[in-house]
Design a protein around this ligand. Sequence first.
Ligand SMILES: [Zn+2]
Length: 48
Amino acid sequence: MRRAYNSVLRLPQINMCPQCAAPSMPHRVCPACGYYKGRQVLTITAGA
Ligand SMILES: [Zn+2]
């Protein structure tokens, strides 16, 4: 039981995207705007 609790402590972290303020995973490209570390690395085709 104590070992199982370790996984609870390791919660999935959420970063707030500085570009669009959407919650995104750290070290991941923002799924909303495609920005990562201040530059756009993913082209989001909105409404395509
Ligand atoms: Zn974003």
